[in-house]
Design a protein around this ligand. Sequence first.
Ligand SMILES: [Zn+2]
Length: 240
Amino acid sequence: MESLKKILFNVIFYITIIAIIAVLLLAALFVVMKLNVYALTGDSGEPVTVLIDAGHGGEDGGAVGNSGLLEKDVNLDIALQLRRQLEFSGFRVYMTRQDDDPIGTGDTVKERYRSDMAQRLEMYRSTKNDIVISIHQNNFTSPDACGAQVFYSPNNEKSERLAECIRRSLCGLLQPDNTRDITKAGSNIYLLNNCDKPCVLAECGFLSNPDEEQLLSDREYRQKIAFALYCGVLEYTGQL
Ligand SMILES: [Zn+2]
């Protein structure tokens, strides 16, 4: 009788211990999930959505380096790598283009360019996104000019902070000597000037600078740029 009581006591004791541990584990899991969900959502409680615009494409190659490196290809590769990194972290990502197919249509180069701009702007406006990041490479008459430059849209006050986060990240991680400030876009940057979302354009480097062109031709360096842009977005969304 005595040993039956002891067995019963032991059974109840261990069941209670297991139940307490299970409840604690569930509570911990709930806290972790809640933190994670919080980290990946914007003001609305929805996942933060990012529209990545890889500049140029199709017949429009953009700037061309001395070695023949085309800006449109550098832009697309950085954009695709940035998408992977953001999606891996739970962001919802949209792209203006995912390959080299032209966006614009029309009979003449001029018509196709206008159509390209109009369609990109329509995507900026109509895609359900919290942030727009346009990716480009720079070009200048002097081969000495180098380093990233980040422009921001004048139409949304959050754009400036997003640009600053991305500038800090690009310079801090890759270009410590780059002292170039962020720049408010003028009417010459059509898409930024007409977009009312938090919107930036990152000129990641100069294809007219031989050293930077060499760097930009390297996929690993482009991955580092994508990572710096990604860290800038994390900082902007309060996750870093
Ligand atoms: Zn460009």
